[in-house]
Each structure stands twice: as structure tokens, then as C-alpha cells.
Design a protein around this ligand. Structure first.
Ligand SMILES: NC(=O)c1ccc[n+]([C@@H]2O[C@H](COP(=O)([O-])OP(=O)(O)OC[C@H]3O[C@@H](n4cnc5c(N)ncnc54)[C@H](O)[C@@H]3O)[C@@H](O)[C@H]2O)c1
Length: 336
């Protein structure tokens, strides 16, 4: 892909939902990075009123096809239900727009390939909003591992969930969400692939539907990533876990990192008999760094931080896990 040297980047947020206020969050970071939020689009006119209040003077649309005809929009940021990411991203790329897609990139490898193909064919940027790479807890854990504090990591467990019925929203509908692993699972798998930067040789999945039959997402999903050399990492996302477990349990050849909850990183080390336990000071979360990189990429030709292929490999791991669960055997994900 050619380096971009745009003098201004005029952005539109597509999907201005009320669940977490993500449209405002993206729009503000776009502006803080030196680009301009100039438009917003949502099928719900009430949400466009909210956008107009948040960003006075912004152009609003209730039809994404009309927004994509706006010649004064260079970049679109898709903050939509998961099953819409691929089709809108492909349309936007075909209209010559640079594209950022919220995580998960999409809900199948075939969709990811179509998105990457469209971006390449139109020579536009495609990036996935893996903002949690810039979370303070993750950056701290990553630094501890990269500095060798716990030796070579050979086992990771990460968990999110508990025992609770599904909320009545699109996130609980497998056709729209992709399934239980696609929401938080996308963040956790992205984290793990950075903590263990080794070749993935296979994935085992265990997806179960046992209790909450009023919604179609799986009640309990687990996957284990097998890395070259034997290291493994498991992710559990559950609405059916009456007993929870640690958020992170990371074992290395010289120690361990554990997060029982969100606010404390506990480290135990044994360096040749020098034994210590300590709480690691947590770095400050800086999700703005994601957009600063986008601005630097589009305006100054800097390397893109979160590439589409990195979003795709997460989707390929979840897809392999689901196939493994059905086949009851290890499946190799569709990336090398
Ligand atoms: N990275 C993060 O930290 C983070 C946090 C929350 C949500 N998300 C992601 O953001 C995305 C959206 O989630 P949300 O919580 O904002 O959902 P949401 O339901 O609050 O918002 C989705 C919006 O999309 C709109 N929409 C639906 N069809 C549309 C169409 N054809 N054209 C335009 N707008 C349309 C809906 O009206 C709704 O307002 C998902 O991918 C989710 O996983 C990411």
C-alpha cells in the first residue's frame, strides 16, 4: 500500500448507538488526534440529534449509502452491530473511503478476506479498533513479560463472565453478534497474541448451549490456542459460570502474573531462588494512542499500528474454535 500524506482527514462515524456512547468517544479522539469529525450516520434519527448536540455543525445521515456519497468524507469509522461490519466496510472501501472498523473485525474469515480485498483494490486504509491494546493493565502485563520478569510464558488463562441470563439486545443474538466469543473474546485474543508472539499451530473450542434458550448466543464458550513449542492460552467467556475464576493467570518459567479483579496486578517471581511477590504499578490507559497512529499514518505516512490482518487472525481463531467444538478435535486457524 502506498504511503498516505493527506493534509486533512475528514471523518464520519457510522453507528451512533446509545449503549456505550461509542460514537462520541470515537469522534472526540478523532478530533484530538488532529483529524476532523465532520459527519455521523445512524438509522435512528434520535441518535443523530444526540450527535448534533455532541458535535455542533456536524452533517448527519440516516442512510449509510448517502453518507458514502459525501465527497467531503475521507474516513469512515464503523461502530455497528457485528454482522454489518463487513458489508459496510466493503461498500465504503469501494467508494474510496479509508475505513476503521470496531472490533471484532467481522464474524467470519470469508468476510475478513472480502474486506481486506476491497481495501487493497481501492488502495485505502483498513484498520480495526483494537483500543484495549492501550489499556493500562494490559500494557503493564505486556511490559512485565517482555522484560522477562516471569521468564518464558507457557500457559495463560483469561476469563470474563459469570452466571447471568443474556441482556435483551443484539449482542445476545448469534446471527448478529457472531456468538459469545466475538465481543470480549476479540479483545482477549488480541491481547494473548501479543503476550505470546509465537506461531499458532491449532485451536480447541468448547461452545455450549445449556440453559439460556431465550437467546441464541452460546451460554458458555472456551477456546485454547496451542502455540508452536507447547505454550497454550485459554479464553473463557461465559454466562453460565456459577463459580468465576481469575481475570488473568499467566505462568512463566520464572514466575506468574495474576489478576483476581480489574484493579490489581499481582506478580510472583522465583529467579534462581530469589523469591518475591509484589503488586505491579499499573500504567495509565491511553486509547488515544490508537487514533494518534491513524492520524500519523494517513497524514505523515507512518506505519499503521493495527493492521486488518491482525483483526483477521482473531476471527480465524474464533472460527477455528467453533469448528473444533463441532468436530471435537483441534483445528488449525486459517492464517499462517
Ligand atoms: N472497543 C470497545 O471498547 C467497544 C465498546 C463498546 C462497543 N464496541 C463495539 O462497537 C460496535 C457497536 O456497539 P455499540 O455498543 O455501539 O452498539 P449500539 O447498539 O449502541 O449501537 C449500534 C448503532 O448502530 C445503528 N445502526 C444499525 N444499523 C445501522 C445502519 N444500517 N446504518 C447506520 N446505523 C445503524 C443502531 O441504530 C445503533 O444506534 C460493536 O462492534 C461493538 O463490539 C466496542
Amino acid at each position: 500500500m502506498a504511503a498516505f500524506e493527506m493534509s486533512t482527514v475528514r471523518a464520519a462515524v457510522v453507528g451512533y448507538g446509545g449503549a456505550f456512547g461509542m460514537g462520541k468517544y470515537h469522534g472526540e479522539m478523532i478530533n484530538a488526534a488532529g483529524m476532523q469529525t465532520v459527519a455521523a450516520c445512524d438509522v435512528d434519527p434520535a441518535r443523530m440529534e444526540v450527535a448534533s448536540n455532541d458535535f455542533p455543525g456536524i452533517r448527519t445521515y440516516t442512510d449509510v449509502d448517502r453518507l458514502l456519497e459525501d465527497p467531503e468524507v475521507d474516513l469512515v469509522v464503523l461502530i455497528l452491530p457485528h454482522n454489518m461490519h463487513a458489508s459496510v466496510a466493503v461498500k465504503a472501501a469501494n467508494k474510496g473511503k479509508h475505513v476503521i472498523v470496531e472490533k471484532p473485525m467481522c464474524i467470519s474469515v470469508a468476510e475478513a478476506d472480502a474486506m481486506i480485498g476491497a481495501a487493497e483494490a481501492n488502495n485505502v486504509m483498513l484498520s480495526i479498533f483494537h483500543n484495549r491494546r492501550f489499556d493500562g493493565d494490559f500494557m503493564t502485563i505486556r511490559e512485565l513479560i517482555e522484560k522477562g520478569v516471569v521468564g518464558d510464558v507457557f500457559h495463560i488463562e483469561a476469563m470474563m463472565g459469570g452466571l447471568h441470563p443474556f441482556g435483551n439486545w443484539w449482542r445476545s443474538d448469534k446471527k448478529i453478534s457472531g456468538g459469545a466469543m466475538f465481543d470480549w473474546g476479540a479483545h482477549i485474543i488480541d491481547w494473548i497474541l501479543h503476550l505470546v508472539p509465537k506461531h499458532v499451530v491449532g485451536v480447541d473450542g468448547y461452545f455450549q448451549k445449556l440453559r439460556w434458550f431465550d437467546h441464541t448466543n452460546e451460554d458458555h464458550t472456551e477456546l485454547t490456542i496451542r502455540f508452536e513449542g507447547g505454550a497454550n492460552a485459554s479464553v473463557e467467556i461465559s454466562n453460565l459460570a456459577a463459580a468465576s475464576k481469575d481475570r488473568w493467570r499467566i505462568l512463566g518459567t520464572k514466575g506468574a502474573i495474576v489478576m483476581h479483579s480489574w484493579d490489581k496486578i499481582e506478580v510472583s517471581v522465583d529467579h534462581d531462588g530469589y523469591i518475591a511477590k509484589f503488586e505491579a504499578p499499573m500504567m495509565k490507559t491511553n486509547q488515544q494512542a490508537y487514533y494518534n497512529n491513524i492520524a500519523a499514518h494517513l497524514m505523515k505516512g507512518e506505519d499503521l499500528g493495527v493492521k486488518a490482518e491482525e483483526g483477521r487472525r482473531i476471527i480465524s481463531i474464533i472460527e477455528a474454535a467453533e469448528r473444533s467444538s463441532v468436530a471435537q478435535q483441534t483445528v488449525k486457524p486459517a492464517y499462517s
